[in-house]
Design a protein around this ligand. Structure first.
Ligand SMILES: *[C@@H]1O[C@H](CO)[C@@H](O)[C@H](O)[C@H]1NC(C)=O
Ligand SMILES: *[C@@H]1O[C@H](CO)[C@@H](O)[C@H](O)[C@H]1NC(C)=O
Ligand SMILES: *[C@@H]1O[C@H](CO)[C@@H](O)[C@H](O)[C@H]1NC(C)=O
Ligand SMILES: *[C@@H]1O[C@H](CO)[C@@H](O)[C@H](O)[C@H]1NC(C)=O
Ligand SMILES: *[C@@H]1O[C@H](CO)[C@@H](O)[C@H](O)[C@H]1NC(C)=O
Ligand SMILES: *[C@@H]1O[C@H](CO)[C@@H](O)[C@H](O)[C@H]1NC(C)=O
Length: 318
């Protein structure tokens, strides 16, 4: 238990308001390997999606009680066809949005044999659990930078659609944790404006964040939300297969930045008994999130957890 949580418990016992909204971490809520989870809230059903496992390209789980209890649909592949540009068993870190016209759009990363890197692409379905039909071409590859991974959709208050994703510089190699021990490669987070179809990129992507010395070899897993007029970009830093992996965030007054990293991460190893928490996806309203934590390093196994989020201005806590 973190010091903050101990203080919280103590102040609750003493009847003092510490954070005023008493928030919590729950889980594991899916006790199966379910890394990099995304969340989609619909009126009656909440969905979670995750990185490939076994021969399932994109895993899917459902909750009928607002994210409290979850059922892994363990025979279901939301993305049985990964698209002509991609290969199976290479799909990572999906995200799904409801386009509002009866179509759901899934963003995902997969290995492109022609680029020899991961690229990000999109697929559509009229059913949230899929099967999703992939677009013929990826959205972005960023091949010289090491590939593109970890896409997530965002819709601004004016209706404009975007995606954010990571340029996978830490895949370029160089030894050490996640192959970027000396920090010689950038792992920029990119913001890409999208057409109203949420599938077609508009103009060029812009960089909104990058790794710094405090982030170890990388930052990744970006998700953008708008909270009370502030753009909030959650991300993970450090190497995913170490206990330094964490969940952090940065905030900005406008969508293109400048983004300021929070002075301390949202969740790190040791908080609530978690190891290597990461891959978080908050709901668009910023009240709740899904994330994974490591339960075994060999073979690497990451279960899904949830947390309610509270805010003090632009400071997040769980
Ligand atoms: C919110 O943040 C302000 C400024 O840092 C601090 O003074 C205040 O105590 C915080 N409120 C709560 C409820 O934590
Ligand atoms: C949600 O559930 C209610 C009550 O069962 C039902 O009337 C409604 O049609 C459902 N909505 C959707 C989108 O499935
Ligand atoms: C995908 O992974 C599954 C489970 O590990 C394996 O059985 C299958 O052969 C793999 N498919 C390909 C095309 O590599
Ligand atoms: C889920 O949340 C909605 C909206 O807050 C509420 O109307 C509904 O009763 C909740 N459902 C359950 C099962 O808790
Ligand atoms: C799928 O779920 C069922 C029921 O929970 C369980 O018996 C089975 O072992 C699971 N299969 C896999 C591959 O996890
Ligand atoms: C929203 O932000 C404004 C300042 O921009 C602040 O006065 C207000 O308390 C915030 N509301 C919430 C719910 O955080």
């Amino acid at each position: 238990m973190s010091l903050r949580k101990r203080l919280l418990n103590l102040t609750v016992l003493l009847g003092i308001c510490y954070s005023c909204v008493h928030a919590a971490v729950y889980g594991p809520v899916i006790s199966a390997n379910f890394p990099d989870p995304a969340i989609l809230v619909t009126p009656n059903v909440t969905y979670a999606y995750a990185t490939n496992s076994g021969n399932i390209n994109i895993q899917v789980a459902t909750s009928y009680d607002n994210g409290t209890t979850w059922t892994l649909l363990n025979g279901t592949d939301a993305l049985p066809d990964v698209g002509p540009w991609a290969i199976v068993n290479s799909t990572w870190a999906p995200d799904v949005i409801d386009r509002g016209d009866g179509t759901f759009v899934m963003y995902y990363a997969a290995e492109s044999p022609s680029q020899n890197t991961h690229c990000v692409g999109a697929a559509t379905s009229t059913n949230a659990v899929g099967p999703y039909t992939p677009e013929a071409q990826p959205i972005a590859c960023q091949t010289p930078g090491g590939g593109a991974i970890d896409p997530a959709g965002f819709q601004d208050v004016d209706g404009q659609r975007y995606i954010v994703y990571k340029v996978d510089g830490s895949s370029l190699g160089g030894g050490g944790p996640c192959g970027n021990a000396n920090g010689q490669y950038s792992t920029p987070i990119m913001l890409q404006m999208m057409e109203a179809d949420a599938l077609t990129p508009m103009g060029n992507p812009v960089q909104i964040l990058d790794r710094g010395p405090q982030d170890g070899p990388l930052i990744e897993a970006p998700v953008l939300i708008l909270h009370n007029g502030t753009y909030v970009l959650t991300f993970s830093s450090n190497c995913y297969n170490t206990d330094l992996y964490d969940i952090s965030y940065a905030t900005a007054p406008s969508i293109s930045g400048p983004y300021t990293k929070a002075s301390s991460p949202l969740l790190v190893t040791g908080d609530d008994g978690l190891t290597g928490p990461g891959g978080a996806t908050p709901t668009p309203d910023g009240t709740f999130m899904v994330f994974h934590a490591t339960v075994n390093f060999n073979p690497l196994t990451r279960y899904m957890y949830t947390a309610t989020i509270s805010w003090n201005g632009t400071v997040m806590s769980v």
